[in-house]
Design a protein around this ligand. Structure first.
Ligand SMILES: NC(=O)c1ccc[n+]([C@@H]2O[C@H](COP(=O)([O-])OP(=O)(O)OC[C@H]3O[C@@H](n4cnc5c(N)ncnc54)[C@H](OP(=O)(O)O)[C@@H]3O)[C@@H](O)[C@H]2O)c1
Length: 272
């Protein structure tokens, strides 16, 4: 086990699926690191915490709340600084896929699309707008206080994107455009702040999670048959990816660092 001492990582959407797998990878592989889990489902989060070894409980902070709620964002930042003293990395993983629909349908759910954008995109914007000014101020103060050691402290950020951000999957307008916006946000942050923010937007492939279950159960008749059938086939042939395998890549990059050549980019999880 590698000892990456004292790295504090926040993972949003960590109650199940990929987010939970990322947290488990960090706890198992990086014994010096601490993790903050953010999600709404009290039952899942409490059960996760109760099943941890006592020594791991010290390394974990649970924030129960909705990422679109400003109070959740404030509490996450405040409690993380109080318990662990710093934030070294964040994985913006919380995401939803509905509503599904087409612009050529008169009942296309525009309000639902706005709500999806609140979760998949604007919650991230809000979170970073709370955190980055604080980190920038700390960096400036450190530089002023210690002119011999004026290297800026960097923060690692990983955005969980999707293949749907670069190609139009039938009916996934809301989801695909929100993930494309996330890729653009990543590029923008890199271009403006690469001296002290290292970020990358990573698509995880098709992972065996609740989101895939939702697609199979609820999207029949809402997407073109051929597009829908792709997801059924992947499931039936046992070709969905294991969250622990995919999560290992996110855990490694957030703790060990994001390679310089991919910072600011959109990449696939298996391209590194
Ligand atoms: N699975 C795939 O094939 C796949 C493919 C490409 C991209 N992705 C992306 O991977 C990420 C994780 O998805 P997943 O497949 O693991 O889905 P999942 O099993 O449905 O998990 C989604 C997670 O997001 C959290 N979440 C959703 N809305 C939230 C909100 N308003 N506030 C706080 N947490 C919220 C959920 O927690 P609570 O319900 O407890 O709040 C849950 O922990 C998403 O960004 C998704 O778009 C997944």
């Amino acid at each position: 086990m590698s000892d990456y001492t004292n790295k504090t990582i926040i993972v949003t959407g960590a109650s199940q699926g990929l987010g939970k797998c990322i947290v488990e990878n960090i706890l198992q592989k990086y014994n010096g690191s601490q993790v903050v889990l953010v999600a709404r489902n009290h039952v899942l989060l409490t059960s996760f915490f109760n099943n941890l070894k006592d020594s791991d409980k010290e390394r974990v902070l649970i924030i129960k709340g909705d990422v679109t709620d400003e109070e959740t964002i404030n509490l996450t930042i405040e409690k993380t600084f109080n318990k662990f003293g710093k934030i070294d990395g964040i994985i913006f993983n919380a995401g939803i896929i509905e509503p599904v629909g087409h612009l050529y349908e008169s009942n296309f759910d525009v309000d639902g699309m706005k709500k999806l954008f609140d979760v998949n995109f604007f919650s991230i914007v809000k979170f970073l707008n709370k955190l980055l000014p604080e980190i920038k101020t700390n960096n400036n103060n450190n530089n002023n206080n210690n002119s011999n050691n004026n290297k800026k402290k960097s923060i690692n950020i990983i955005f969980v994107s999707s293949g749907a951000s670069t190609r139009g999957i039938d009916g996934w307008l809301a989801y695909g455009t929100s993930k494309a916006a996330v890729n653009a946000l990543c590029k923008q942050i890199h271009d403006e702040m690469n001296e002290w923010v290292n970020c990358v937007s990573i698509a995880p492939g098709v992972v065996d999670t609740e989101m895939q279950h939702t697609i199979r159960e609820k999207f029949v008749g809402k997407m073109k048959d051929e597009s829908y059938q792709n997801f059924i086939n992947l499931h039936e042939k046992g070709q969905l990816l294991d969250g622990m395998v995919v999560g290992a890549t996110y855990a490694r990059l957030i703790v060990e660092g994001i390679p310089e050549n991919v910072r600011g980019s959109y990449i696939r999880w298996d391209s590194l």
